[in-house]
Ligand binder design. Structure first.
Ligand code: SF4
Length: 377
């Protein structure tokens, strides 16, 4: 089967964006009656200004579909940042090579300690994150961390620079369940402008990383786009197409879709307000993706505010991060008796918006009639 990077250029994404903008109530009505989306044309209609006026009904349907597949449950996880060393220049990232920030790569022992501190706060699912660096994040270091944290943490995924399939194999063998690779933006000219140096410039190679991970044996694949780099309808439609391709390629794999909105970061990056969806548009994206991909995990991170995340519990989201730090070694504060929520740190990737500790997020989920699930899937 062809890889997504060979199929994607043939897809009429820009045309679908235009069609979305002119969708009428009459065109939307059959999709709303059916209660799910069966094509990218349907997704375009669900991202339209006309659909935005139907948000309460769409949110209810989205919540129903998630419940049917996942129950009244929200899975919690936390990222563990290993290193902010990176050879890439990504204009929107605090770790970008040209930013003057304190650089650190934590030891395997430090990673295990941070994992224990997260476990003590209930977290059972870990996402290992690292910048891309051939000197600091290489030579079996990530595999060693995976092996060190798995006796402590039942479920581990990775989000690191894309690799070839053989390089992923030892990570799967070490027990890592999931691979996360965001395309960041599917719009190639924007991608080129946002990634000006380093191996990340390879747009198509990055696009096929999930499939290389599939070949290596990961049983969970996470994909996503960063909202704020290019038109949000273009990104959501492209992401839907990518997920559709992966589910056809391997129906057994558990897909996870992330919808991160960009946040300010070191390097004075500010997201382009023309491209950042507002809250209502952001919720509409989640509903459109849920109606098209009822079997996919939909993940919302602590980039979003506490108030918005609270609303999302019943709107089709199935996984949330909680108590997150985006700084390598950032969980050391947990060792202090009176842990206070994370403060902005010079070595972090971006500063989170929902600063509540994991137990407070779990409490909120319970209050809304859902079960917080600490263990991974
Ligand atoms: S987004 Fe990833 S690759 Fe780019 S600078 Fe940040 S850590 Fe490095």
């Amino acid at each position: 089967m062809s890889t997504f990077s060979t199929i994607y250029p043939q897809l009429p994404i820009a045309e679908l964006v235009q069609r979305s903008l002119t969708t009428t109530d009459a065109q939307l009505a059959p999709i709303l009656r059916r209660g799910h989306a069966t094509s990218l044309e349907d997704v375009a209609a669900l991202l339209s200004p006309a659909a935005a006026l139907q948000l309460p009904a769409l949110a209810e349907r989205s919540g129903e579909l998630a419940q049917r597949r996942f129950g009244r449950a929200i899975r919690l996880f936390a990222p563990l940042y290993l290193s902010n060393e990176c050879v890439n220049v990504c204009t929107y990232c605090g770790f970008s090579r040209t930013n003057q920030i304190p650089r650190i790569t934590i030891s395997v022992e430090h990673a295990a300690r941070g994992t224990s501190l997260l476990r003590a706060r209930g977290i059972g699912s870990l996402l290992i994150v690292a910048g891309e660096h051939p000197k600091f994040v290489s030579n079996g270091y990530v595999e060693e961390v995976i092996r060190a944290v798995l006796p402590i943490m039942p479920d581990v995924s990775i989000e690191i620079g894309p690799l070839e399939t053989p390089a992923y194999v030892p990570m799967v063998a070490a027990g890592c369940a999931g691979l996360v690779v965001y395309q960041e933006t599917y719009h190639e000219p924007t991608y080129r402008a946002a990634h000006t140096a380093g191996p990340k410039k390879r747009y198509r190679w990055r696009m096929d990383a999930a499939e290389r991970g599939l070949a290596a044996g990961f049983r969970r694949l996470g994909i996503g786009a960063l909202y704020g780099l290019h038109d949000f309808r273009f990104e959501a439609l492209s992401l839907a197409a990518h997920a559709d391709h992966l589910r056809r390629t391997c129906p057994e794999v558990q897909l996870a879709i992330s919808v991160p909105r960009l946040r300010p970061a070191a390097g004075e990056f500010q997201p382009d307000p023309r491209h950042v969806p507002g809250d209502a548009e952001f919720l509409a994206i989640i509903c459109a993706l849920r109606l098209f991909l009822p079997e996919a995990d939909i993940i919302v991170s602590t980039r979003e505010s506490a108030a918005l995340r609270d609303r999302m519990v019943s709107m089709g989201v199935t996984t949330m991060s909680a108590g997150a730090s985006t700084e390598p070694g950032g969980y050391s504060d947990f060792e202090q008796e009176a842990w206070t929520p994370a403060r902005p740190q010079p070595g972090e990737q971006f500063h989170i918006a929902d600063e509540r500790p994991p137990q407070a997020v779990a409490e909120m989920i319970r209050r809304r009639g859902y079960l917080p699930v600490w263990q991974g899937v």
